[in-house]
Design a protein around this ligand. Structure first.
Ligand SMILES: Cc1cc2nc3c(=O)[nH]c(=O)nc-3n(C[C@H](O)[C@H](O)[C@H](O)COP(=O)(O)OP(=O)(O)OC[C@H]3O[C@@H](n4cnc5c(N)ncnc54)[C@H](O)[C@@H]3O)c2cc1C
Ligand SMILES: NC(=O)c1ccc[n+]([C@@H]2O[C@H](COP(=O)([O-])OP(=O)(O)OC[C@H]3O[C@@H](n4cnc5c(N)ncnc54)[C@H](O)[C@@H]3O)[C@@H](O)[C@H]2O)c1
Length: 479
């Protein structure tokens, strides 16, 4: 069976079926699908179970990284005078077409491998390295439906996370979205004019910046006193200014207590202060583990205090020959971390098994606001606390004469800050708030991993006009 079979397709007339496999991957996330492709290509018998046909390829391509960045891209293309309703309708259509193509490509990639069996249904453990798979809609409460039992020599759990919707009055009203329903269920016939985003993590800031690009007045409810509490004042101020100039209001010290229908829209009630009127609300309040629903105790798999699967540096769970990769193991929630998790487990299943999480150095991140904020390594304060004597090169993007790229792209917001070890001249960290930061941060991260000095980056021969050439001038400040 090489095509995605429903549980029904796999069962016998008795309504049940059994399957033995070498490697069972639960969930079609980034790490699991890559591992299935790698080991399936080598002829290992792999079975991959995915709950939802609409999630073939996982969260990233269907409802997270890729489609939200497609919307950010479209929002950035809106020009004064454009019809926001038409722009939103077209952007959401573009997003749907893109995810559909990516799902097809992801499905084809594994369907083409004879050693890989794909099953659609919800898996839960019934014993050691044994799961029962049932149609997702029947998984709760229906004990009589079709089911497939899979026994495996090795199991890799890759079931990800789901949006965390805080329990409060009105949270299920139409128009109160999370990052997934915003994409899949928002009324796309009319661009939202007023949006309230609850939460100021990466999801909140990216979606706020995107909605403002489509012309909405956006209020972000920031629970603490400021966004990015660990960042330097210069970086925080820079991001705040870029967001404000785009039409995003940051309400600090603000927590929502509930939502109600009012005046043809929504009313957002706050712990303190006046309610806010909105057309839509976006909950960006974090993501919850999917581990509990797997009945992990039946397989001897322990969870941590937050409900994620507890793993060691090699991503081994408490159950022998069971690993957990991606968001569900409680590590950083990024697609490229899930991809790197796959390298660790592939090493365990077919390599020397040496590579572990402890080998990760200088892992970059990017928040895709406009312009984006790329970060890697330590801030100056963190570096000082770690005992380094530091030099800090910091310059607002608008004042970097040697980098015309932001002017070309019509967005000179931002700041570039690089933290350098005064004794060794090695880069300890960087914050890059500027156009193309999602690319530039990878270069700085590589330099950090390869012990390239700040002076070498300063004297580098970089293409022009690029964002990279900012390094010539900003690091020149340290000379
Ligand atoms: C709005 C948003 C934007 C983001 N943007 C970025 C970004 O720009 N860059 C970045 O690196 N990260 C981004 N992330 C984070 C990124 O999406 C996740 O870290 C990543 O998708 C996690 O992948 P994963 O491998 O853990 O599994 P997932 O891709 O989450 O896959 C898990 C799969 O398991 C399935 N499943 C769950 N339970 C079961 C079960 N019992 N049986 C069978 N199947 C099951 C699910 O249906 C799902 O398909 C973003 C997240 C959000 C919410
Ligand atoms: N570009 C990227 O790499 C990228 C983009 C988006 C998301 N992600 C990942 O996805 C994960 C989820 O992101 P996120 O932003 O949803 O979560 P988060 O945990 O980073 O932020 C959630 C925010 O919501 C606030 N919050 C929680 N409950 C609240 C309430 N009741 N009222 C007001 N505020 C409340 C929290 O204080 C916090 O600031 C993150 O771990 C992130 O790494 C990555």
């Amino acid at each position: 069976m090489s095509s995605l079979a429903t549980v029904k397709d796999t069962v016998t007339t008795a309504g049940t079926a059994e399957l033995e496999t070498d490697i069972l991957v639960i969930g079609w996330g980034k790490g699991g699908k890559t591992l299935a492709t790698t080991l399936g290509s080598q002829g290992r018998k792999v079975t991959l179970v995915e709950r939802d046909a609409g999630m073939v390829g996982g969260t990233c391509i269907n409802v997270a990284c890729v489609p939200t960045k497609a919307l950010v891209h479209r929002a950035d293309a809106v020009r004064p005078g454009d019809d926001p309703d038409a722009a939103v309708a077209s952007a959401w259509d573009f997003r749907d077409a893109l995810t559909s193509k990516l799902r097809d490509a992801n499905r084809a990639m594994l369907e083409d491998l004879d050693a890989v069996t794909l099953v659609q249904g919800e898996a839960r453990f019934t014993g050691e390295r044994t799961v029962e798979v049932r149609p997702a809609e029947a998984a709760d409460g229906d004990d009589d439906g079709e089911r497939l039992t899979i026994r495996a020599r090795h199991v890799v759990v890759n079931t990800g996370t789901t949006p965390l919707r805080p329990e409060m009055p009105g949270v299920d009203l139409p128009g109160v979205h999370d990052s997934e329903t915003l994409q899949l269920q928002m009324d796309r016939s009319r661009a939202p004019r007023r949006a309230v985003v609850v939460g100021s993590g990466p999801v909140g800031l990216e979606l706020a910046s995107m909605l403002a690009g489509f012309g909405a007045e956006v209020t972000v409810l920031v629970r603490g006193e400021q966004i990015l509490p660990d960042e330097s004042d210069a970086v925080r101020d820079s991001l705040v200014e870029a967001l404000q100039d785009r039409g995003v209001h940051l309400a600090t010290g603000a927590s929502a207590t509930g939502f109600a229908e009012a005046d043809g829209g929504l009313r957002v009630d706050l712990e303190e202060g006046e309610p806010i009127a909105a057309d839509i609300v976006v909950l960006a309040t974090g993501r919850a583990s999917t581990a509990q629903a797997l009945h992990p105790a039946a397989a001897g798999i322990e969870l941590d205090e937050k409900g994620f699967i507890a793993v060691d540096e090699h991503l081994r769970t408490s159950a022998p020959d069971v690993w957990a990769v991606g968001d569900v193991n409680g590590g950083p929630q990024q697609t490229y971390i899930s991809l790197d998790d796959h390298r660790i487990v592939t090493g365990q299943l077919g390599g020397d098994g040496a590579y572990s999480r402890a080998d990760r150095v200088a892992v970059p991140t990017t928040v895709f606001t406009t312009p984006p904020l790329g970060s890697v390594g330590m801030t100056a304060e963190q570096a000082r606390e770690a005992g380094h004597e530091v030099k800090v090169a910091s310059k607002p993007v608008a004042k970097i004469a040697a980098m015309p790229r932001p002017k070309i792209e019509e967005d000179a917001h931002g700041v570039i800050e690089v933290v350098v070890d005064a004794a060794t001249d090695l880069v300890l960290g960087a914050r890059l708030h500027c156009v193309e930061a999602q690319e530039l941060v990878n270069l700085v991260a590589l330099a950090m991993r390869a012990d390239v000095t700040a002076s070498a980056l300063r004297d580098g021969i970089w293409t022009h006009p690029s964002a990279t050439e900012a390094l010539n001038e900003v690091l020149g400040e340290l000379s």
